[in-house]
Design a protein around this ligand. Structure first.
Ligand code: DC
Length: 204
């Protein structure tokens, strides 16, 4: 693949498989990868620690993305809340856009990459799965990490976050009109990755 900018935007709801697909696609093509949810999680974590959301977003540094605990369910909910604040989203836009256009290619995964951050991305994927399948995956992950969670609690959490992400007025979770949808509900991890790589190959 060429070494100029080439942006792959991967959006979708929580636990649909975006992260796994994004990491695999980036590794396959030798592209850099940015999990943009981490930006919102880092801001959410700082809000839980008492900071102002907008100030935290404006002052965010790479080191904040490496903070421990950003994967917890509590931080995910805080991230979803700060993500509804237009000034928070605006403060994080320039960083994401410059990452997207870096030389050598980039994969960004999130909720609004194909619609707002990179409307001109060379490839746009929208990765989905049913709420039940996503909750089951997140439940297994959280249990694996030692979290004290229940299936019903995780499903309620997934639905609450979905609703907030889809219904917010600024940059709601919605597929770009030119995104290709991959429903991973009944796909193995390998099959989902292969489907994504095939879409990118077709655009080279
Ligand atoms: O992908 P994730 O679960 O790490 O995202 C955490 C929250 O951040 C999610 O509920 C919505 C928000 N988010 C967003 O609004 N826009 C993005 N590009 C990425 C995440």
């Amino acid at each position: 693949m060429s070494t100029g900018p080439f942006t792959i935007a991967i959006d979708g709801p929580a636990a649909a498989g975006k992260g796994t697909i994004s990491r695999a696609v980036a590794a396959h093509f030798g592209f850099a990868h940015l999990d943009t949810g981490l930006l919102y999680r880092a801001v959410g974590a700082q809000v839980l620690a008492g900071s102002d959301a907008v100030a935290a977003a404006r002052a965010l540094t790479a080191a904040d993305l490496a903070a421990s605990g950003l994967r917890s369910a509590e931080v995910a909910q805080a991230a979803s809340r700060v993500a509804a604040i237009p000034e928070v989203r605006a403060a994080l836009t320039a960083f994401q856009r410059s990452f997207a256009r870096r030389a050598g290619g980039a994969v960004l995964d999130g909720r609004d990459i194909g619609t707002v951050i990179c409307p001109d991305a060379e490839v746009k994927l929208f990765v989905t799965a049913s709420a039940e399948v996503r909750a089951e995956r997140r439940f297994a992950e959280l249990r694996e990490a030692g979290a004290d969670v229940t299936r019903a609690g995780v499903l309620a959490d997934v639905r609450e976050r979905d609703a907030r992400d889809r219904e917010r007025s600024t940059a709601p979770l919605v597929p770009a009109s030119d995104a290709i949808e991959i429903d991973t509900s009944s796909l193995s991890v390998d099959a989902a990755i292969a489907a994504a790589i095939a879409v990118v190959e077709a655009r080279r």
